[in-house]
Design a protein around this ligand. Sequence first.
Ligand code: GLN
Length: 232
Amino acid sequence: TGGDSGSDTDVINPGTAPGFPPFEYTEDGELVGFDVDLAEAAIERAGYEVGEWTEIEFDSLIPSLTQGNIDLIAAAMTIDEERQETIDFTDSYYESDQAVLVREDGELNPESVDDLADQRVGAQSGTTGQDEVEALVDDGTVNADDVRQYDNYTLGVQDLENGNVDALIIDIPVARNFADGRAVSIAFTIETGEVYGMGMRQDDDRLADINDALAEIQEDGTYDELVAEWFE
Ligand code: GLN
């Protein structure tokens, strides 16, 4: 920003919201994931230095970026118009729709959103999954009292396993990750056509360099290697 007064413009401090595997999560106390590797590769390829990672709640990422506490959001964040009012996004780097995650005991086996009528439905605060939950409240399918919001989806999955919520609306690749190992399964999906971008401040002209770096990473096979490492 204009207030940077010559401080480390060559350092990019990334921020993310762990609890969203395989994009970003904590393993043995360490932050890992596809976004972590991709962001670091892009920052370095663009000729900048990877600074300190900040781990915060998803909901706090955009304020943290605009306030200058972080310089780049790498958090499987969907590029959407509302967010674009306050931040810019890099070119998209991943596509996703939403999934409805339920307990795998098969007690509730919804095939469409209509089958979620009068169920307790949750999402992580500030996400596009939450937007879907709110749409179900708006159209009268779900009661406002039955909405559950979580600081992160990992807490939501625990609540789902424990029977405190009946369904979570969550990005498909993350739903798959949880379904593989936890007592939850994907009931059906909701096509939203979302694409993820990394967020940067609107006045940060390093964005163009990060875009060039992302394009290179996609062309030279680095991107495919990361996909193979984290999704297969
Ligand atoms: N892609 C979703 C969104 O942008 C969820 C991201 C997340 O929970 N990290 O809202």
